[in-house]
Design a protein around this ligand. Structure first.
Ligand code: PGA
Length: 257
């Protein structure tokens, strides 16, 4: 983390878990367990239906609401889609785009992810843009090449002011939901590399202002070590964000100097 230049962000990704009725009790338990922090932005990215409940419950607990996906379209005949305006209206401040599960199961392309990020920026919602290599790419030593491609594609046409409002989440696919975390050194190496890619595109000032998160089996035990790395500014947390005590412990791990 480097709090001098950028925000520390701990974002939970509930995926397709929980119910609207579970939001308030979850936040009450989280609030009991989590430290009061002004230096860490806490976000829970839920299914869109739960955003209003999260906004209500999260207000006093200082937990911001986020979505997990958005339509690239502004409005119209797109059955089943949720627009950036709707997310904003519901109270979302953040939204994940390009999660590997959407890339894989919904065949989302890099150019679609870029359009979704732009749709969010246009409405003042912070996109949490996910990138990450497969195990096969890592084993073939293609990690950096692939990550550079994904970052450049996701940021295409986004200007230097807007990029500072983006968050990048590095999530190696082999570490998501597998219990196999990247070592702090592996995660730092790629997050530092991502910052380098942003520096080449936008210059040093923008690069140092962008928060870069690590995601992939981050938990209460390994969070402190990952967060001690200079280019890891927080986490995108799946499984452990469904347990208030574990999520609170990860938030507490940001309190280190
Ligand atoms: P995980 O998921 O923490 O359960 O590995 C992370 C993510 O998919 O964002």
């Amino acid at each position: 983390m480097n709090r001098k230049y950028r925000k520390t962000v701990i974002a939970g990704n509930w995926k397709m878990n929980q119910l609207c009725s579970g939001v308030k009790p979850f936040i009450e338990q989280l609030r009991e367990a989590m430290p009061r922090t002004k230096t860490c932005e806490v976000v829970l990215c839920t299914p869109a239906l739960m955003i209003p409940a999260m906004v209500r419950a999260g207000k006093d607990a200082r937990v911001a609401a986020g979505g997990q996906d958005v339509s690239k379209y502004e409005k119209g005949a797109y059955t089943g889609e949720i627009s950036a305006d709707m997310l904003l209206d519901a109270g979302a401040k953040y939204c994940i785009v390009g999660h590997s599960e959407r890339r894989e199961y919904h065949h989302e392309s890099d150019s679609l992810i870029n359009e979704k990020a732009k749709a969010l920026l246009a409405k003042g919602i912070t996109p949490i843009i996910c990138v990450g290599e497969s195990l096969e790419q890592r084993e073939k030593d293609l990690t950096m090449e692939y990550i550079a491609y994904q970052v450049c594609a996701a940021l295409s046409g986004i200007d230097g002011t807007q990029v500072r409002r983006c968050i990048i989440a590095y999530e190696p696919i082999w570490a998501i939901g597998t219990g196999k975390t990247a070592t702090a050194e592996q995660a730092q190496e790629v997050c530092e590399f991502i910052r380098g890619v942003i520096r080449k595109l936008y210059g040093a000032r923008s690069a140092r202002a962008v928060s870069i998160l690590y995601g992939g089996s981050m938990n209460a035990k390994n969070a402190a070590e990952l967060l001690s790395m200079p280019d890891i500014d927080g986490g995108l947390i799946g499984g452990a964000s469904l347990k208030p005590a574990d999520f609170a412990a990860i938030i507490a791990a940001t309190a280190q100097e």
